[in-house]
Design a protein around this ligand. Structure first.
Ligand code: SAH
Ligand code: SF4
Length: 368
């Protein structure tokens, strides 16, 4: 990194020491993480530069693209923050047929995507067998990795999808504060979510988790706990983005998470989880026109463009003002590539598997 970055006299000595420790590959403790999360003034640039350096050394310059298919906006849950919540009667609901999901994946494959993400609300209409069929078809037709993100399901369903060929699973822990978790996600508990994440690991998935920044009642210490939980779970990916209030939810009047705190958390996450994939999230791009570019320079190395056909996009309204709502997948791809190359980075051409041992060629097979 820029040698001056750490020699600025205006850095608190303890912040300077933490950044030096992280650059030397030593794990940060909770107090150090809390302090980094409170970086201000010139400390923010020093943190960014350290995260960018660790990102470059551990995961390189390639930015991996994941094409996301939002195949159903029905949801049985009532998460207070999310527009897809069952209690939102103002949303036009849709389900995409399994055949059409496979077609959309094929269209994404033609655009060069080497990872297809199947995401939805918690919609059990798509039962285990239906998703087994979809995963098998996509894996059979395309040279691509498949990620599933359909929320909480029984362990045997996760196992069936893994055996059908699914490579990764995304299940954010959302917040590591157990009380806040249960308040925001009625009828669910953090301990269950963590148990599911452990199952997914045991089954041999590359596991993605993550959390929101700026949730009502969230503290800096609890964000530090988010990062510690991600480290303890040894996740392969961590999605970190701002909470964005949605008018159609009970949290409509709450302030959203700030771009600054999101970027500071992302950079700290890069120091805590050097080898994890960290997306420049769509939510970060939705609160600032250059949000994703900024995230890429604060430690991120993944972008997850939407490949859902335009006619469904408007209704996958988790939060308002989501970017690219009127686009078709064909337009998103060049736009995202331009973002990456304008930063002097390269577009990942392989699957973008976890760089950790055991994934990619010669990977471990699923265990029971
Ligand atoms: N139903 C699945 C996947 C879809 S939700 C699940 O919950 O895991 C995908 C992600 O959207 C959630 O993990 C959450 O972090 C994010 N999200 C929901 N509401 C949001 C909001 N108001 N602002 C920002 N992100 C939100
Ligand atoms: Fe459903 Fe996921 Fe939204 Fe919760 S966050 S309401 S589980 S779509």
């Amino acid at each position: 990194m820029d040698a001056d970055g750490l020699s600025k006299s205006s850095l608190r000595p303890t912040v300077k020491r933490s950044l030096e420790r992280a650059l030397a590959g030593r794990p940060l403790d909770r107090d150090e993480i809390i302090e980094l999360l409170q970086s201000h003034g010139p400390e923010v640039e020093a943190l960014r530069a350290a995260a960018d350096e660790v990102r470059r050394r551990s995961v390189g310059d390639a930015v991996h693209l994941r094409g996301v298919i939002e195949f159903s906006n029905y949801c049985r849950r009532n998460c207070l923050y999310c527009g897809l919540r069952a209690g939102n009667g103002d949303l036009e609901r849709y389900r995409i047929d399994p055949d059409e999901i496979v077609d959309i994946a094929g269209r994404a494959g033609k655009l060069g995507y080497r990872t297809i993400v199947l995401q939805s609300g918690e919609d059990v209409t798509y039962d285990a067998d239906t998703l087994v069929w979809v995963v098998r078809r996509i894996k059979g037709d395309l040279d691509a990795a498949v990620t599933i993100a359909v929320g909480d399901r029984p362990r045997d369903e996760y196992k069936a999808w893994r055996e059908a060929g699914a490579d990764r699973y995304l299940l954010k822990h959302e917040t590591a504060d157990p009380e806040l978790f249960s308040r925001l996600r009625p009828g669910t508990a953090l301990a269950e979510r963590v148990e599911h994440l452990r199952w997914l690991k045991e089954l041999g998935y590359q596991v993605g988790s993550g959390n929101m920044i700026g949730l009502p009642g969230q503290t800096i210490a609890s964000i530090a706990d988010d990062l510690l939980l991600l480290r303890e779970l040894d996740v392969e990916m961590a999605g970190i983005g701002p909470f964005i209030p949605n008018d159609q939810t009970p949290l409509a009047d709450r302030p959203g998470g700030s771009l600054d705190q999101t970027l500071i958390t992302l950079a700290t996450a890069r120091l805590v989880l050097p080898f994890a994939h960290l997306p420049a999230t769509t939510a970060t791009g939705s609160i600032d026109p250059r949000g994703r570019q900024k995230a890429l320079s604060f430690g991120a190395n993944v972008i997850m463009p939407n490949v859902t056909p335009g006619r469904y996009r408007q209704d996958y309204r988790i939060y308002p003002n989501k970017i690219c709502l009127t686009e078709e997948p064909e337009n998103c791809r060049p736009c995202v590539e331009a973002i990456i190359t304008s930063l002097g980075r390269t577009v990942g051409r392989d699957y973008g598997h976890s760089p950790k041992a055991g994934f990619g060629p010669g990977r471990v097979e699923p265990t029971a």
